[in-house]
Design a protein around this ligand. Structure first.
Ligand SMILES: [Fe+2]
Ligand SMILES: [Fe+2]
Length: 198
C-alpha cells in the first residue's frame, strides 16, 4: 500500500479541485468518527482518501472499466453509470494504489449505495461522505450531531434523506439501498428486543 501522502499527491492529479477538497473533508471527518467508534484509523483514512478516486471518470469510461473488471452492471447502473464509481473506485484502489485490504476496498465499493452487511468502517465512510464540512443541505447539522451519538441512527437518517431526494427527483430507487435501510431497521429491532428480554 502506498503512503497516505503519496496517495493524496497522486489523487491531486486525477481529481478536480472541488473533488479533491471534498476528499480532504471526508478524511477530516472520518478521523473523528473512527476515534468515536473505535475503527482502525489507517484503514479509515485510506478509505476516505480513495473513496471517490473514480468519481471524475466519464459515464462511458465507468461502464468500460466496470465491464473490464467484471463488475455486475444492472439496468439501473446502465442508466446511471455514476453509481458505478464505488465499485470501479475499489478496483482502481486495488490496481493503481496497491490497496489489498478487503475491508478498505469493501467500504469504497459500497459507499454510494450501502449494502445489507455494512461494517463500522463502511458506515463511517458513508456518513463522513455525507457530512464533510463542504456539504450543505437542509438537515446536515442534525445529521452531524446524530453521527457522533448513534451510528445506525445516522445511517438511517442519511438513507432516508437520499431516498427522499431520489423520489422527489423522479429517479429510480436502487434496491441495494432499500436492503441496506431494511437491515439497519432489523438490527435496531433485534437490539431493542434483546434489551427488553434482559
Ligand atoms: Fe462517491
Ligand atoms: Fe464522496
Amino acid at each position: 500500500m502506498l503512503l497516505i501522502r503519496k496517495m493524496q499527491n497522486k489523487l491531486k492529479d486525477i481529481l478536480s479541485e472541488e473533488r479533491y477538497l471534498h476528499t480532504l473533508g471526508v478524511k477530516q471527518v472520518i478521523v473523528k468518527l473512527a476515534l468515536r467508534y473505535d475503527v482502525n484509523l489507517k484503514k479509515a483514512v485510506t478509505a476516505a482518501i480513495l473513496h471517490d478516486c473514480a468519481k471524475d471518470l466519464s459515464d462511458d469510461i465507468l461502464l468500460k472499466k466496470a465491464g473490464d473488471f467484471g463488475i455486475l452492471i444492472g439496468e439501473i447502473e446502465r442508466e446511471q453509470p455514476q453509481l458505478l464509481h464505488g465499485p470501479v473506485g475499489a478496483m482502481i484502489a486495488f490496481h493503481n494504489f496497491s490497496v489489498y485490504d478487503s475491508e478498505i476496498l469493501n467500504s469504497i465499493w459500497v459507499h454510494t449505495l450501502g449494502n445489507s452487511f455494512m461494517s463500522d468502517l463502511d458506515k463511517i465512510l458513508y456518513i463522513a461522505d455525507y457530512i464533510e464540512p463542504n456539504r450543505k443541505f437542509s438537515g446536515v447539522e442534525k445529521l452531524r450531531r446524530i453521527a457522533f451519538a448513534d451510528l445506525d441512527k445516522a445511517l438511517l437518517y442519511a438513507f432516508d434523506n437520499t431516498l427522499n431526494w431520489v423520489r422527489s427527483n423522479n429517479q429510480v430507487i436502487h434496491p441495494t439501498t432499500i436492503k441496506a435501510r431494511n437491515q439497519i431497521l432489523f438490527n435496531q429491532r433485534k437490539r431493542n428486543r434483546g434489551r427488553k428480554i434482559s
